[in-house]
Design a protein. Structure first.
Length: 290
């Protein structure tokens, strides 16, 4: 995910800052073996998100609003001027280590695409038995939902979804059942970490994870960052709110373009672009035209 930043000096500064906090260069952990680690993945996503935004802002583009999917909320808080980057690295590291220790095996996540939310929830209700939990974890689009839970139960739900006509029903390469009540201990630990960290009111519009609402004060932001890990992510609602607030250009930070694809399908009148696909100059041009 870091290959995109090879020729970006400002991104290199972000990596150097991360190295001073972590004690190692995060760009050196961009291989399949390293990315099997929940810790390396989450820290990598944080670094990539902050580096993307800093490169963009260095060109003079003004960011009017931010939102983060899952751990992306920490990068969004840094960009919004509410959270120090070094503090974010520490908090995300604790978040990831606690998640990894709590669920070393036997759990995971999967995706169902092509079915309405109400249908998926009914499939989950009908397929789950006591002791083998599965939850709706992310509502990324009206017909794309991510599930989290115990592996055997997760397979039953995915099979039932496929039988119900889902165009996609498959496991994700994720070992931890994020964004469901199973992660309540992680939220509690994160709350302990964040209460010791200075958090400011966001300087720009920040759309939070819990409830997909605008967060304007530090206390609410702290609660959102801590509790979001055990709470369903309603990403479609969050992106809809951004559009309703007047966003005309949605830019996805590195890595990937999954959220861009969702935005293009949901909001055909809004420009959506993935930083990784388009490159700095194209993203800057599109942002200035918005």
């Amino acid at each position: 995910m870091f290959a995109r930043f090879t020729n970006e000096p400002l991104a290199r500064e972000t990596f150097d800052e991360a190295r001073s906090v972590l004690g190692y260069d995060p760009s050196a952990r961009d291989d399949p073996a390293s990315l099997a680690s929940t810790v390396d993945v989450q820290l990598g996503l944080l670094v990539a998100g902050v580096a993307s935004a800093r490169v963009l802002m260095s060109t003079g583009v003004r960011i009017d609003a931010v939102a983060g999917h899952s751990v992306g909320g920490f990068a969004a808080a840094v960009v919004a001027g509410a959270l120090d980057f070094g503090d974010a690295l520490f908090a995300v590291g604790e978040r990831a280590r606690t998640m990894e220790a709590l669920f070393p095996r036997g759990y995971g996540m999967g995706v169902l695409a092509g079915l309405r939310e109400s249908v998926v929830r009914e499939i989950v209700r009908a397929s789950v038995v006591p002791g083998d939990p599965v939850y709706v974890a992310n509502v990324n689009a009206p017909t794309q939902l991510v599930l989290a839970g115990e592996s055997r139960a997760l397979e039953r739900v995915l099979d039932a979804g496929a039988a119900a006509g889902a165009r996609k029903a498959e496991r994700l390469d994720v070992a931890v059942p994020s964004h469901c009540p199973l992660l309540a201990p992680v939220a509690a630990r994160l709350g302990e970490v964040l209460v010791e960290i200075e958090i400011d009111d966001p300087a720009i519009t920040y759309v939070g994870s819990i409830g997909a609402r605008v967060i304007r004060d530090a206390r609410t932001l702290r609660d959102d960052l801590a509790g979001g890990v055990a709470h369903e992510v309603r990403w479609h609602d969050a992106s809809t709110l951004l559009v309703e607030l007047g966003a005309t250009c949605l830019i996805e930070t590195v890595p990937g373009h999954v959220l861009t694809d969702l935005a293009q399908a949901a909001f055909p009148n809004v420009r959506a672009v993935a930083f990784e696909d388009a490159g700095t100059s194209t993203v800057v041009t599109l942002a200035r035209r918005a």
